[in-house]
Design a protein around this ligand. Sequence first.
Ligand code: CA
Length: 507
Amino acid sequence: MTEKPNIVFIMADDHASKAISAYNAGINKTPNIDRLALEGMRLNHCYVTNSICTPSRAAILTGTYNHVNCVTTLETPLNNRLPNVAKHLQNNGYQTAIIGKWHLGEGKEYEPSGFDFWSVLPGQGDYFDPHFLEMGDEIEVEGYATDIITNKSIDWLKSRDQSKPFFLMCHHKAPHREWEPNPKYRDIFTDDIAVPDTFNDDYKNRAKAAAAAKMRIKQDITYDDLGLVQPEGGSEVGERARPKSNRRKIPNPSDVSEIRLIDKHTGEVFQFTTPEELHNFKYQRYIKRYLATIASIDDSVGEILQFLDDNNLTKNTIVIYTSDQGFFIGEHGWFDKRFIYEESFQMPFLVRYPAQITPGQVNNDICCNVDFAPTFLDYTGTVIPSYMQGASLRPLFENKTPENWSQTAYHRYWMHKDPDHNAFAHYGIRNQRYKLIYWYNEGFDLPGTNEGGEDKEWELFDCHEDPMELFNIYDKPSHQNVVLEMTRLLEQKMLSIGDQIEHQRLK
Ligand code: CA
């Protein structure tokens, strides 16, 4: 009888694949995360079904879409009586743990279930000296969140019952906003980082949602996001200083001589002579902080892989590195996520399993975070329950993608016009060539959403010809057959997973 594999699932929060060197972006180096690609497989087309934290996490745990698990927004917690992948693994003799970010609700009804050990951050958690909810108790731990989550994960691995296989979910808080690096990494990026080609996007030739979104680095990023204080708040400086929270947006005036920004740690003062200078400063500050938090995550992955090596666990352990969704790192001028547009829709996904996955593979099949739970169950010889809506990725990992693999990913974002980001509600589908999006623009009175009132709009993008998604070709006469085909595909998908169709259906 073969030994059941262990699973270490490492998930970051908001880590764009372009900020992983194994994805060839070239803006940073992540040698430890890259080890998984070298020794295993990189997926290029893994997608999230709803590009925000809470719903993605619910989809991963339950293997279901958000209209089924009811976690449609950031304000809709996961009822812990629902079955989830950890419960199934537990029933099959696995020892289970979740450490780090949870963000699926708090209190008896919403705390982690199915885990023998859990130690999770309340809400978003803090970067420094974070509190944890650990098996029902609240504790404070001194230090930097990423390092603490790493240590707790390794401690759990050390103290586990060695007679049982294990399933560990190590969920980092970083690189989530407000991108606070470990002080030792604060200044690791000295040279300017190239601004993405679409940084100065004019949002023409697209649905109104793109121009309406309040996610622009130039005008929507806050003092806290960039580790800055205003002149009147500049007294609190120093290594461990915690100046008062300042979620105010940094102004973007045409006369930039009014702006004076102060580094909250060093007290350094920044002034500008042109708007371009200010915009570049905001971008550089943003991307360098973001990447510096990722440096700690890369260390974490290195430490966990080292532990597996040192304890003869490497061969029989499936290690996954992913993020709860993608992220805009300056593309279209944005930070944040939420949209089905490629940067936030695509999840990084690397998997290593020396016993069964050939090293150095790259896979281009389309898959989704709803597929993760069935994958874990498949590899561990656990029955995949009928309620799960995803499919095991095992054939993809083994280079045996079935002929009838769907090659489509479905996305639905429900939080219409949330006050912070003003992103519009939409759903859509992507296949290997095209992406169809319907902006239905209604909040359905869900918590955290506003009313509708916007026009409905469609978008179609050619993912090969227009990978940056700058030209909506939905109304092009030459593409009406594609529109029809993609609409049919979208409807088939929505009917098969039981989601509610908001557009007028094809006859
Ligand atoms: Ca997230």
